[in-house]
Design a protein around this ligand. Structure first.
Ligand code: ATP
Length: 363
């Protein structure tokens, strides 16, 4: 059963959607399944994207993210369930009348049109053409950071510029919901990070309701307000980004929100007891379950109270990841500064960052 960790009163949990019926505003995916033969690519998914918010659909390759997005767009038939926008069931409404905008990994611009011709495409379908479309096209070019590009041919654009034009084209008709399927995946890392920030700014400035498919947690945290973590056709957990981050329901979700290591609570709390002394008892995780740790939960500190042995050193440009043997726990990953003097086989002293540890609910 998927879990929604939104706070009380937000009325966004899948269960509450059922009980409040069809009056919920925004996009509501209700018990949706999509099958390819015997395979349920999407398996009983409940999801709510409130108006004006961006939800990142995050999960590993093949978990069904794109299929769910395509179902919302009307490109895949539902085996069961329903999809509603502001209470209206979208069943039977064809793709071009759903009010959804689409942006894919490769925006595929029309090669024979100029930049303005591409952005104006959706406007022309709404009857806005020529001079009437020019102010909106100029506004969108400003928004995506390409003022003055209206008359450029698309062959002269870089990959990042082409994706900005594709975004402007998708936003031009003011879609009710913008569906983005890994829109930054084809770009190199630096450009991807910059465009993710710009995408966030553009979506917020336009108050766009969006569902954003990605397998990259950093991108999800940069772009979205809400998160739905998907695995094998199901939503494991959905809710406000920071709620999911602080309260992952299991190790799988924890791994996607920055806590890649799961350890036994009793062993870890005993082994790290000296480091918890300054933490009020009420803020310590309870014994008897499992804990998920960030890589920075244990940090190299020559005066740290925890003695460990370094197993391996993985240098990086900003920091170094150490694999350490923590007595009573086993191998865990810890953070050290770039250029640390710690070597494999040598001793290392660690300090604990309690905010890098979260307790997982018991099964
Ligand atoms: N047209 C199709 N016919 C048959 N199987 C399909 C079809 N489209 C998708 N699938 C299968 O459905 C499952 C979900 O695929 P989907 O593309 O939705 O995953 P995804 O999470 O978007 O993956 P990725 O991140 O790699 O794009 C996979 O097992 C895939 O092989």
């Amino acid at each position: 059963m998927a879990s929604d960790t939104s706070g009380p009163g937000t009325a966004t949990g899948p269960d509450r959607l059922r009980s409040t019926g069809s009056s919920v505003s925004g996009l509501v995916v209700d018990a949706v399944s999509v099958r390819f033969g015997d395979v349920a690519a999407v398996d009983g998914v409940d999801l709510h994207v409130p108006p004006g918010t961006v939800t990142a659909l995050l999960g590993p390759s093949g978990c069904g993210k794109s299929t769910l997005l395509r179902a919302v767009a009307g490109l895949e038939p539902l085996a069961s369930g329903s999809i509603r926008w502001n209470g209206q069931d979208l069943a039977g409404i064809p793709v071009h009348r759903r009010g959804t905008g689409l942006l894919f990994q490769d925006g595929v611009l029309f090669p024979h049109r100029t930049v303005a011709g591409n952005i104006g495409y959706g406007l022309a379908r709404q009857g806005v053409r020529g001079r009437a479309a020019a102010p909106r096209i100029a506004e969108l070019l400003d928004l995506v950071g390409l003022p003055g590009f209206a008359d450029r041919t698309v062959q002269t654009l870089s990959g990042g510029q082409a994706q900005r034009v594709a975004l402007a084209r998708a936003l031009a008709p003011r879609p009710a919901v913008l569906l983005l399927d890994e829109p930054l995946a084809a770009l190199d890392r630096e450009l991807r990070e910059r465009l993710a920030g710009d995408l966030r700014t553009v979506l917020a400035a336009t108050g766009t309701t969006a569902l954003f498919v990605t397998h990259d947690p950093h991108e999800a945290f940069t772009v979205a307000d809400r998160l739905a973590v998907m695995d094998a056709g199901r939503i494991r957990q959905s809710g406000e980004l920071q709620d999911v981050r602080r309260h992952p329901v299991d190790g799988f979700v924890a791994g996607f929100v920055g806590y890649p290591q799961v350890v036994d609570a009793d062993g870890f709390l005993t082994a790290t007891a000296p480091a918890w002394r300054s933490v009020p008892a009420a803020d310590r995780p309870a014994a008897g379950g499992r804990l998920a740790l960030q890589i920075g939960a244990l940090t190299e500190d020559p005066a740290g109270p925890l003695a460990a042995r370094c197993l391996a050193v993985r240098p990086g440009p900003d920091s170094t990841v150490l694999s350490v043997e923590l007595p009573g726990v086993g191998p865990v990953l810890a953070a050290a500064s770039a250029g640390t003097a710690v070597r494999p086989g040598g001793p290392v002293r660690l300090r604990l960052r309690p905010d890098g540890v979260v307790a997982l609910p018991r099964d």
